[in-house]
Design a protein around this ligand. Structure first.
Ligand SMILES: Nc1ncnc2c1ncn2[C@@H]1O[C@H](COP(=O)(O)OP(=O)(O)OP(=O)(O)O)[C@@H](O)[C@H]1O
Ligand SMILES: [Mg+2]
Length: 458
């Protein structure tokens, strides 16, 4: 059983073409054969009419252009005479018939002249049949030539007719996992429309379900924020109360736990906020990636200084991309927070914002340990914290970054930097450039010292 619709159509239609061709050929052959025989009979009749008033002696061959089209004119006289063959012919009645003459079957036409003398016009049946077969066979040539052409045309028509289906499958395959926009119904063949309507119904139900889930996460995170904030305030207040040493240690642990929980809630809220209103890339606002990067860096400079890490731009060019500034900031903040958390004191974090191959590149390089190669495949999964989890991480940061980058039509790549006496992680985000404010790449380069955001930007 052929599973492919295209295969079934092709096999079915080819069978019909071949069957029609075979039946048509059979009829055409028989018809042409009969016609050719009749034509040869009429030639015999015409020859007999010509010979009606002439008399000739014995059996006389008349050669046509070709040797094998020979016709015999046989004078039989008024009474049986001559050879045994001639006598035999004489016994036959006037008219067309098949007889034996000179040891071969012949088609023979006998006539009697008004004076009573008889004659015969004869032609070997073997030659007649061969001529007729030849003529009949020629009628089959156009059919034989047409069949392969028809098969090719059928294949093309099938491929053309099934194209919308193939396109539909391609469109579905190329979709982002979270893209629940309905499939277009117009310009689709009517047979596919019920199918598309069903898929659209399914997409709508899935969107509803995903929306409910997102709203639940957002609501839960939001609801938890207030009590957690109150709790951490209480814990902060405890710090100023004179307590015995052991109680102070417990309070410190409590404050750390509160801090982690707040961070988890913030990450969950960031995730929920990003997922809340998924819009098409074209509807997203334009944002200056370099400005957003400078703001985030300025925010994190005090923390970098605390940790004794040299945080700064290696290269920054003015670049405009599509995306909400808060989302772009979330990408940069998460990458920088990771770099800060994993880079040891005295290390360096280099940020690059530049254009390459028509894409906006955001690069963060640190001098930390990098990510174990066994963990590389999983770091983008929510709550994955790797084989050496550090500090207060939730494991959500990179998954948030990945989702935002995907929704902005970009890509993110992580690679370990391996050099002599050097390690670290290089995170590279590529985003499509929107607009083209300034296309000279080296113009916006700044030294490591100018890290603070430009006045009035953002
Ligand atoms: N710059 C880095 N150097 C070394 N390891 C890293 C780096 N960035 C990420 N990782 C590894 O990838 C894991 C996942 O990172 P991710 O940002 O998703 O979560 P997190 O940093 O643990 O939590 P959060 O970002 O919510 O604070 C980290 O726990 C860490 O093991
Ligand atoms: Mg992180």
């Amino acid at each position: 059983m052929i599973r492919s619709l295209r295969g079934r159509l092709y096999v079915g239609l080819t069978a019909i073409i071949l069957l029609t061709g075979a039946i048509g050929s059979m009829f055409a052959y028989r018809w042409a054969f009969g016609e050719a025989i009749e034509l040869q009979d009429s030639i015999l009749i015409q020859l007999a009419s010509l010979a009606q008033n002439a008399s000739f002696s014995g059996g006389q061959p008349l050669h046509g252009v070709e040797e094998d089209t020979e016709v015999w004119l046989i004078e039989l006289g008024k009474t049986p005479r001559g050879s045994a063959d001639d006598r035999q012919l004489f016994t036959l009645q006037d008219g067309l018939q098949v007889a034996t003459w000179k040891n071969q079957p012949v088609r023979v036409l006998l006539r009697t002249r008004p004076d009573g003398s008889r004659f015969a016009v004869a032609q070997p049946t073997a030659i007649r049949d061969e001529t007729a077969r030849d003529v009949a066979f020629r009628t089959l040539l156009p059919i034989a030539a047409l069949i392969p052409c028809l098969m090719v045309v059928t294949a093309l028509v099938i491929a053309y007719s099934l194209r919308p289906m193939v396109r539909l499958a391609g469109d579905l395959d190329a979709r982002r996992a979270d893209d629940m926009t309905p499939l277009p119904l117009s310009a689709m063949p009517s047979e596919l429309q019920p199918f598309i309507t069903s898929i659209n119904g399914l997409l709508a139900r899935m969107r509803l379900l995903m929306d409910q889930q997102r709203r639940f996460v957002a609501d839960a995170a939001h609801e938890l924020r207030t009590p957690i904030t109150a709790l951490s305030l209480q814990a902060e207040n405890l710090a100023s109360v004179a307590l015995p040493k052991r109680a102070r240690e417990r309070v410190a642990a409590l404050r750390l736990g509160m801090h982690r929980t707040k961070h988890l809630l913030e990450q969950l809220l960031a995730l929920a906020r990003h997922e809340a209103a998924p819009t098409g890339l074209a509807e997203k606002p334009l944002a200056a990636l370099d400005h957003v990067a400078k703001e985030v860096v300025a925010d994190l400079l005090p923390e970098a200084a605390d940790r004794g890490i040299d945080l700064g731009f290696a290269l920054v060019e003015p670049l405009t991309v599509r995306g909400e500034p808060a989302m772009l900031a979330a990408i940069i903040r998460n990458l920088l927070e990771n770099a800060l958390r994993f880079t040891p004191r005295g290390g360096t974090i280099d940020i690059g914002v530049y254009r390459e191959d028509g894409m906006a590149i955001l690069q963060v390089e640190d001098t930390g340990p990098g990510i174990a190669s066994a963990d590389m495949d999983q770091v983008f999964e929510p709550f994955f914290r790797g084989s050496r989890p550090e500090g207060e991480g939730t494991g959500l940061g990179l998954s948030i970054v990945k989702r935002i980058v995907d929704s902005l039509g970009g890509r993110i790549a992580l690679e370990n930097i391996a050099g002599i006496g050097r390690s670290g992680l290089r995170a590279t985000v590529r985003l499509p450039i929107a607009g083209d404010p300034d296309s000279s790449p080296s113009k916006g380069k700044e030294s490591r010292e100018t890290q603070a955001p430009e006045p009035g930007c953002g």
